[in-house]
Design a protein around this ligand. Structure first.
Ligand SMILES: [Zn+2]
Length: 126
């Protein structure tokens, strides 16, 4: 069975890549949201307090708002590796079913989407 495709707004993705560049060499991390319940079209970023450094970024989970439109997370990697770390996989498992990694140098070719189990999923930029 093919993985379900997710979509992301092109302008949002450009904003996320720009935010990753601004944070470099630290990681950028935020939450992602759709505009409709059970939607698979990611259109908004929700920035919440986080601690980040050169090789880690963590959300203060007690500050994550309860919002059914939040579908997952986005974070940058200050290295060219677009693959989730063991810590990332733990975050993915408890923070929704759509997770983006934006790898240095923060071009479209370094963007990868994963589900809650850390499996890569198709992403369409629209
Ligand atoms: Zn990571």
């Amino acid at each position: 069975m093919p993985s379900t495709e997710w979509k992301i707004s092109s302008s949002l993705l450009q904003d996320l890549l720009a935010a990753s560049k601004r944070s470099h060499p630290n990681e950028f991390i935020a939450l992602l949201s759709t505009l409709e319940k059970n939607g698979r079209f990611v259109e908004e970023v929700v920035v919440i307090p986080a601690v980040s450094g050169r090789d880690y970024a963590a959300l203060h989970s007690e500050l994550v708002p309860f919002d059914p439109l939040i579908v997952g997370t986005v974070h940058s990697h200050p290295t060219p590796s677009p693959y989730p770390s063991p810590q990332d996989l733990m975050t993915f498992a408890r923070m929704g079913d759509f997770h983006l990694i934006l790898a240095f140098p923060y071009a479209l070719s370094g963007v990868r989407a994963f589900n809650a189990r850390g499996k890569r999923i198709p992403l369409r930029v629209v």
